[in-house]
Design a protein around this ligand. Sequence first.
Ligand SMILES: [Zn+2]
Length: 77
Amino acid sequence: MPSAKAWERVMQLEPGWRVQLRKPHPCGNDWWEVVRIGADLRLRCLKCGRRVILPRRRVAQRLKHALPPGEAGGTSG
Ligand SMILES: [Zn+2]
């Protein structure tokens, strides 16, 4: 199970947030935009644009960084 801290960070996510996950996409990118929130999180790869659906638990286990929409992450491009 993910730690309480990891859960906390996942529960604060909203559409528009960007997250970095421990397991990179096959395209080599590890930053994702949160598209939709529910029991599962819908994420869009910021490099190739592909969408995936991950259970919150899975995201909590893999989450490295989370950035609110207002904060420039320096990861564009
Ligand atoms: Zn990708």
